[in-house]
Write a protein that binds this ligand. Sequence first.
Ligand code: FAD
Length: 395
Amino acid sequence: MRIAISGAGIAGPTLAYWLLRGGHETTLIEKSPQLRTGGYVIDFWGLGYDIAERMGLSAQLDVAGYQVEEVRLVDRRGDRVGGFPTSGFGRALGGRFTSVPRGDLAAMIHGAIADDVETIFGDTITKVSQDDSGIQLELEHGGSSDFDLLVGADGLHSPVRRLIFGPESMFEHDLGFRVAAFEARGYRPRDELVYVSHGLPRRMVSRFTMRDDRTIFLLVFTADQVRGPEPARINEVKALLHDVFADSGWESRQILAALDSADDVYYDRVCQIRMDEWCNGRVALIGDAAAAVSLLAGEGTGLAMLEAYVLAGEIDRTGAEFATAFGRYQQSLGPFIAGKQRAAERFASSFAPRTAAGVWARNRLSRLLSYRGVGDWMIQRQLHDDFRLPDYAAS
Ligand SMILES: Cc1cc2nc3c(=O)[nH]c(=O)nc-3n(C[C@H](O)[C@H](O)[C@H](O)COP(=O)(O)OP(=O)(O)OC[C@H]3O[C@@H](n4cnc5c(N)ncnc54)[C@H](O)[C@@H]3O)c2cc1C
């Protein structure tokens, strides 16, 4: 079949990879003029890691990834008040856990298909018409093209979802936080392979030291601190972050100074996408477009790859019976993903507690993860994926 995929992030190129192996012809349509490299760092493990291994990406992951050694929680003075060594994660996952810039992983996946799959950069789908014989897409810059299927892999604010299923407000579940991330060069101090985080009631600011003298910062805060409309321009985002983090202690002054020099600041609502149906006619959604779990799950990337892998496998298994493939895709993954979304929502209160007592309790509790017995049990419980990866090649 000829399959168009909107979005060349994580899910889109993963889908293209597995469809290509099934002999399908795919075209990726990506809004950005080129693949975005770098960006915030994601924890990568579990089913996503398994799929990356099956795609032959292990060696590249080893090179691009960081083996974080410690999560350190600090107070206003920078004194350690909680945290844990990450060796328990290594034990629980057999060493198959890494932290990698999201853009580097996206580039790795795209690199695996770039020679065989057409990618149209700098364009976007503006109109979709479908009937029994196929689907016709109109692109903003490139006329129209015919395909058999369209897959929306265009992220949290998916335009394909908007065009086919309805406005974002119908499916967005706001978890009540806002997140910002940016990168700086030459920031001091550096703590190699330590994720350092400072939590206050309703706010959290963290930094992670990267190669090439770079540091990535992550700032999370409760949505009630946004007074007025959501900031749209970079200067408005910076002003809001200054307001929220001004008197936060620790390194907040230096971090806000670094923010002022940043050319690119990521800012968004922390939300999930919850839909009863991921498919409509000849159109399917995958990744954040279908079922964003949010950064609180720490697994959105792996789940996006899982959805791509399963959808491609079901399309392969059922041949031209795409409606059957779509049904099986949703049936096999829907309940599992919904469970992940519920777990992420439960975790929200310990991510950025609302009171000083809550921050204190979270910090104390985090120390339990340092103990081999109880810590390993908690990590296993938290990270266990209750889903068996199908082996489509064998079916
Ligand atoms: C701050 C933060 C921290 C996170 N931490 C983790 C973590 O630790 N572990 C983890 O697993 N996950 C994490 N996540 C979640 C993870 O980033 C996402 O779940 C994952 O990137 C989803 O992949 P995707 O391919 O569905 O969407 P994306 O990666 O968002 O890719 C979507 C693509 O579609 C493109 N696009 C957008 N609009 C259009 C359009 N109109 N036309 C064509 N293309 C378009 C975009 O440019 C992009 O390339 C985090 C997310 C955030 C925000």
